[in-house]
Design a protein around this ligand. Structure first.
Ligand code: NAD
Length: 441
């Protein structure tokens, strides 16, 4: 993506919605309703910083559509998050939850804050700014108070049966623990079902951390199977390249290499590495955690942009939105793109990839494993239950396989792309719920 060419999540989400809606006979009242969130609140959080000054941070919570159940969605801490981005992501959550058929509607939250581990000391001028929206390493105390303030401000619209937050960009299980703590203190009892993605010690769910990557791999295996069955993939050696080696990307890499597929390239913010013989993922994870990807010796360093155009079977964008654009789409040689990240492909790029016959597993399907296991965590929280890892993985596998099959059937029925098919699958379920609630008239 060119500098200054910020990916427009809201435009893309609405475009995907409209593309899907034209295949369905949707009453106008419902069609118009779904273009907007049911509710968005803007909140301000005053926080006393470690230097004794007060800063007022800004955040949002968007609730898109509650027809299928309580609202669900992560909270992101990011320097450039905007209200439109939060609204768009809440829309995607509505359809993502419906694609995997879990009884939630879509929500999302965000706070404009920059958290840079490598940030230098603030200048006096930066300290005077109204909130820290530039690289700055928040202390744990500052972050906790920011989180507490946010929960206090969105308290009227969240709850274990209304809206259940979760982790997203830059929010960790620790932050989820603070959310549970603050909410529990406000209601006067411990409430495990108010938030998911919690540490295991706080009624977290086994396998939650790996869920997005694991779910993504299930969809990749399904896609490989369909391509083989339709004779579009012969007995070639399966190779993979993964952009982003964080929570989602590193799990995808581990599981694919455990299955015997060659992961030939990975990248992160620090750069990209390549070995045509395949990377040894456990060693790579060790290297990344000690001195960074570049310290892994058995690979050559490549230009991170080139990773996206390697001649591999499976390309997994698992880092940022807008990674594949009209500028690089025609050079992509992968047979399958599995969108572990949210919004990694722009609509213009999408058209080009589609024309070139690349099989896309769209984000609302490929990365839905995370919210699926969040749903399992919520159910366990409501019932004070604790499932084993095997139980969680078995249920996840069932949900992801069924979702893939449903989207595939929709694709065949309407002769459309996998992305539009995923939106149609989700939208059809949302519209059905709306009709059954009488929202159509
Ligand atoms: P993360 O912060 O754990 O990892 C992100 C990785 O991407 C890091 O390795 C980072 O260095 C790398 N990265 C950042 N910018 C990059 C760039 N320009 N080029 C190459 N690498 C870059 O985040 P995550 O949780 O793995 O999330 C990644 C994506 O997956 C996001 O789009 C997120 O919304 C999506 N997602 C994650 C989950 C989840 O449960 N973790 C669920 C659904 C969707």
């Amino acid at each position: 993506m060119m500098a200054g060419d910020k990916f427009n999540f809201l435009k893309t989400a609405l475009q995907n919605y409209k593309n899907a809606a034209q295949y369905l006979n949707i009453p106008e009242r419902i069609y118009e309703s779904l273009k907007y969130p049911e509710r968005v609140i803007t909140v301000r959080m005053p926080v006393r910083m470690d230097d004794g000054t007060y800063k007022v941070f800004r955040g949002w919570r968007s609730q898109h559509c509650s027809w299928r159940g309580p609202l669900k969605g992560g909270i992101r801490f990011s320097a450039d998050v905007t209200q439109d981005e939060v609204i768009a992501l809440s829309m995607l959550m509505t359809y993502k939850c419906a694609v995997v058929d879990i009884p939630f509607g879509g929500a999302k939250g965000g706070i404009t804050v920059s958290l840079d581990d490598e940030a230098e000391e603030l200048t006096e001028e930066q300290k005077k700014a109204w909130c820290y929206r530039f690289p700055y390493k928040m202390s744990e105390r500052e972050l906790k108070h920011l989180t507490y303030e946010y929960i206090e401000k969105i308290y009227p619209i969240i709850g274990p049966r209304n809206d259940i937050p979760a982790p997203d960009v830059n929010t960790t299980p620790k932050v989820m623990g603070w959310i549970m703590d603050k909410y529990s203190a406000m209601v006067g009892h411990t409430e495990p079902a108010i938030v998911t993605g919690k540490p295991l010690s706080l009624a977290g769910c086994q396998g939650r951390n790996e869920a997005t990557g694991r779910g993504c791999v299930t969809t990749i295996l399904e896609a490989l199977d369909y391509l083989k069955k339709s004779n579009r993939l012969h007995h070639e050696e399966i190779t993979c390249a993964i952009q982003g080696f964080g929570n989602a990307g590193s799990v995808v890499a581990s599981l694919l290499s455990e299955l015997g597929y060659k992961v030939v390239a990975v990248s992160d913010r620090s750069g990209a590495i390549y070995n045509s013989q395949g990377l040894k993922i456990p060693e790579l994870i060790k290297a990344k955690n000690s001195e960074g990807l570049a310290s892994y010796k058995e690979a050559e360093s490549i230009n991170p942009d080139d990773l996206l155009t390697l001649p591999v079977t499976v390309l997994v964008p698992a880092a940022v939105e807008g990674a594949i654009t009209k500028n690089n789409a025609s050079a992509v040689k992968a047979r399958i793109i599995a969108e572990a990240a949210n919004g990694p492909t722009t609509p213009e790029a999408d058209k080009i990839l589609e024309e070139n016959g690349i099989f896309i597993i769209p984000d609302i399907l490929a990365n839905a494993g995370g919210v699926t296991v969040s749903y399992f965590e919520w159910v366990q929280g409501l019932e004070y239950l604790s499932w084993s890892l095997e139980e969680v993985e078995r249920r996840l596998q069932v949900k992801m396989t069924r979702a893939f099959e449903d989207v595939w059937k929709t694709k065949c029925k309407y002769n459309t792309s996998m992305r539009t098919a995923a939106f149609i699958t989700g939208l059809e379920r949302v519209v059905r719920a709306g009709l059954d609630r009488g929202k159509g008239v």
